[in-house]
Ligand binder design. Structure first.
Ligand SMILES: [Zn+2]
Length: 181
């Protein structure tokens, strides 16, 4: 039998790893972190003592994931949190429902309409408060600039495949819509 890993001070190390990782921004939308987007799923100590960071990719094939893995590794190394390993977990699949309410506000302030359609998955009486931006979940996203609901889709794809390009019919500004997924 191999020696038992020393777990003394582990809670502190894991807490430090969390705070380091919370500062890792999304490479495409730097105003929100990978934790706020729901990409960062967990940090744990594996049996061999390696710090294991669990991430779930957003849209499959989103090239940002390679950058995110690199950014995580760099952040941990800078903090002296080694050895570490990044574990990609595909199930349950990432959904825009995992994006925190704070991140939705940040997206809007950044000029990206946050994904709509979080309705059925939030159980009644849940501790979170859902702010509704649009009257109907299936309606076109509200303009992040002026709040108008009069928007039209220009393209299925915006600056990345994860987003669609819309234009506001009132203030005439184009904007990205983070597609619900
Ligand atoms: Zn507008």
């Amino acid at each position: 039998m191999s020696s038992t890993p020393n777990f003394a001070g582990d809670a502190e190390t894991l807490a430090r790893a969390w705070s380091v990782l919370e500062s890792v921004p999304d490479p495409e939308i730097p105003v929100v972190s990978i934790r706020e987007l729901g990409i960062l799923r967990g940090v744990e100590r594996s049996e061999d003592g390696t710090l294991e960071v669990v991430i779930t990719p957003t849209y499959s094939g989103c090239p940002a994931m390679a950058h995110i893995a690199e950014d995580i590794a760099h952040a941990l190394e800078r903090a002296g949190l080694t050895p570490h390993r990044i574990k990609t977990v595909l199930a349950p699949a990432w959904t825009t429902d995992w994006i925190t309410d704070e991140a939705r506000e940040k997206l809007r302030a950044y000029g990206i309409a946050p994904p709509g359609g979080r309705c059925a998955s939030t159980p009644a009486g849940a501790s979170e408060q859902t702010i509704r931006f649009v009257p109907r979940a299936a309606a076109a996203p509200a303009c992040p600039h002026c709040g108008s609901a009069h928007t039209e889709r220009l393209s299925q794809f915006g600056s990345t495949a994860c987003k669609a390009l819309y234009r506001c019919l009132d203030c005439r500004e184009p904007f990205d819509y983070f597609k619900p997924y």
